[in-house]
Design a protein around this ligand. Structure first.
Ligand SMILES: [Zn+2]
Length: 148
Protein backbone atom coordinates (compact mmCIF):
# COMPACT_ATOMS: atom_id res chain seq x y z
CA UNK A 1 0.00 0.00 0.00
CA UNK A 2 1.44 3.30 -1.03
CA UNK A 3 1.12 6.48 0.94
CA UNK A 4 -1.03 8.99 -0.79
CA UNK A 5 0.63 12.38 -1.13
CA UNK A 6 -1.09 15.11 0.80
CA UNK A 7 -3.14 17.23 -1.52
CA UNK A 8 -1.42 20.55 -2.13
CA UNK A 9 -3.10 23.25 -0.11
CA UNK A 10 -5.10 25.41 -2.38
CA UNK A 11 -4.49 29.07 -2.13
CA UNK A 12 -7.46 31.29 -1.47
CA UNK A 13 -6.70 33.67 -4.30
CA UNK A 14 -9.16 36.37 -3.34
CA UNK A 15 -7.87 36.46 0.22
CA UNK A 16 -4.25 36.36 -0.94
CA UNK A 17 -4.87 39.24 -3.31
CA UNK A 18 -6.55 41.23 -0.57
CA UNK A 19 -3.54 40.74 1.73
CA UNK A 20 -1.17 41.53 -1.12
CA UNK A 21 -3.03 44.76 -1.82
CA UNK A 22 -2.70 45.67 1.85
CA UNK A 23 1.05 45.61 1.30
CA UNK A 24 1.88 42.35 3.08
CA UNK A 25 5.06 40.55 2.08
CA UNK A 26 4.99 36.91 0.96
CA UNK A 27 6.00 35.52 4.34
CA UNK A 28 3.13 37.31 6.06
CA UNK A 29 0.57 36.37 3.45
CA UNK A 30 1.72 32.77 3.85
CA UNK A 31 1.38 32.96 7.62
CA UNK A 32 -2.14 34.43 7.40
CA UNK A 33 -3.30 31.73 5.02
CA UNK A 34 -1.43 28.86 6.66
CA UNK A 35 0.61 28.17 3.53
CA UNK A 36 4.29 27.92 2.78
CA UNK A 37 6.04 31.01 1.52
CA UNK A 38 6.97 29.19 -1.68
CA UNK A 39 3.31 28.59 -2.45
CA UNK A 40 2.53 32.27 -2.01
CA UNK A 41 5.55 33.42 -3.98
CA UNK A 42 4.66 31.07 -6.85
CA UNK A 43 1.11 32.31 -6.83
CA UNK A 44 2.27 35.94 -6.84
CA UNK A 45 4.64 35.32 -9.74
CA UNK A 46 1.89 33.63 -11.69
CA UNK A 47 -0.18 36.77 -11.21
CA UNK A 48 2.72 38.84 -12.47
CA UNK A 49 2.83 40.86 -9.25
CA UNK A 50 5.95 42.54 -7.93
CA UNK A 51 6.85 41.60 -4.40
CA UNK A 52 5.73 43.92 -1.66
CA UNK A 53 8.27 45.52 0.59
CA UNK A 54 8.08 46.30 4.26
CA UNK A 55 7.95 49.94 5.22
CA UNK A 56 10.25 50.64 8.12
CA UNK A 57 11.65 53.61 9.94
CA UNK A 58 15.43 53.87 10.15
CA UNK A 59 16.65 53.80 13.75
CA UNK A 60 19.52 56.15 12.89
CA UNK A 61 18.05 58.88 10.69
CA UNK A 62 14.32 58.31 11.20
CA UNK A 63 13.59 58.21 7.49
CA UNK A 64 11.13 55.70 6.13
CA UNK A 65 12.59 53.02 3.88
CA UNK A 66 11.45 49.88 2.13
CA UNK A 67 12.97 46.49 2.61
CA UNK A 68 12.21 42.83 2.09
CA UNK A 69 14.15 41.97 5.22
CA UNK A 70 12.12 41.84 8.40
CA UNK A 71 15.17 42.40 10.59
CA UNK A 72 16.38 45.53 8.78
CA UNK A 73 16.77 48.45 11.18
CA UNK A 74 18.61 50.99 9.09
CA UNK A 75 17.98 52.56 5.71
CA UNK A 76 20.50 51.64 3.00
CA UNK A 77 22.46 54.87 3.43
CA UNK A 78 22.80 54.50 7.18
CA UNK A 79 23.74 50.85 6.78
CA UNK A 80 26.55 51.84 4.44
CA UNK A 81 27.66 54.55 6.85
CA UNK A 82 27.70 52.06 9.67
CA UNK A 83 30.01 49.73 7.78
CA UNK A 84 32.33 52.57 6.83
CA UNK A 85 32.33 53.70 10.43
CA UNK A 86 33.02 50.19 11.64
CA UNK A 87 35.96 49.93 9.27
CA UNK A 88 37.29 53.26 10.51
CA UNK A 89 36.95 52.16 14.12
CA UNK A 90 38.92 48.98 13.44
CA UNK A 91 41.65 51.03 11.77
CA UNK A 92 41.72 53.52 14.62
CA UNK A 93 41.99 50.77 17.23
CA UNK A 94 44.83 49.04 15.38
CA UNK A 95 46.76 52.29 15.22
CA UNK A 96 46.14 52.98 18.89
CA UNK A 97 47.32 49.52 19.92
CA UNK A 98 50.57 50.06 18.04
CA UNK A 99 50.98 53.42 19.68
CA UNK A 100 50.19 52.07 23.14
CA UNK A 101 53.01 49.58 22.73
CA UNK A 102 55.56 51.90 21.15
CA UNK A 103 54.75 55.25 22.76
CA UNK A 104 52.14 55.07 25.54
CA UNK A 105 52.63 58.69 26.59
CA UNK A 106 51.69 59.98 23.16
CA UNK A 107 48.77 57.56 23.11
CA UNK A 108 47.69 58.97 26.47
CA UNK A 109 47.96 62.51 25.14
CA UNK A 110 45.87 61.71 22.07
CA UNK A 111 43.20 60.09 24.21
CA UNK A 112 43.15 63.09 26.55
CA UNK A 113 42.64 65.44 23.61
CA UNK A 114 39.97 63.19 22.19
CA UNK A 115 38.23 63.19 25.57
CA UNK A 116 38.27 66.98 25.70
CA UNK A 117 36.97 67.40 22.18
CA UNK A 118 34.52 64.55 21.85
CA UNK A 119 33.66 63.57 25.39
CA UNK A 120 34.08 60.46 27.47
CA UNK A 121 31.30 58.52 25.78
CA UNK A 122 32.88 58.89 22.36
CA UNK A 123 36.28 57.77 23.62
CA UNK A 124 34.82 54.71 25.32
CA UNK A 125 32.72 53.78 22.34
CA UNK A 126 35.36 54.13 19.68
CA UNK A 127 38.53 53.12 21.44
CA UNK A 128 37.05 50.58 23.81
CA UNK A 129 37.84 49.78 27.43
CA UNK A 130 40.73 47.45 26.63
CA UNK A 131 42.80 50.13 24.95
CA UNK A 132 41.98 52.71 27.62
CA UNK A 133 42.98 50.31 30.40
CA UNK A 134 46.19 49.40 28.61
CA UNK A 135 47.09 53.06 28.23
CA UNK A 136 46.37 53.79 31.89
CA UNK A 137 48.46 50.84 33.01
CA UNK A 138 51.42 51.78 30.84
CA UNK A 139 51.27 55.41 31.89
CA UNK A 140 51.05 54.43 35.56
CA UNK A 141 54.07 52.16 35.22
CA UNK A 142 56.01 54.97 33.57
CA UNK A 143 54.94 57.46 36.23
CA UNK A 144 56.28 55.19 39.00
CA UNK A 145 59.40 54.15 37.18
CA UNK A 146 62.64 55.28 38.79
CA UNK A 147 64.73 57.82 36.90
CA UNK A 148 63.32 59.92 34.09
ZN1 LIG B 1 18.85 56.01 7.92
Amino acid sequence: MGVLPLPAKKINEAKAMELYNQGLIDTDIARCLGLSQTTVTNWRLRQGLKRNKLKKVCIDCGKQFETICRGAKRCPECRRMKYILYYEVVKLRCMMWDLVKSDPLTAHKIVSEMREEEGEEFVRKYLGEKILNAINQKVNVLAHAPGE
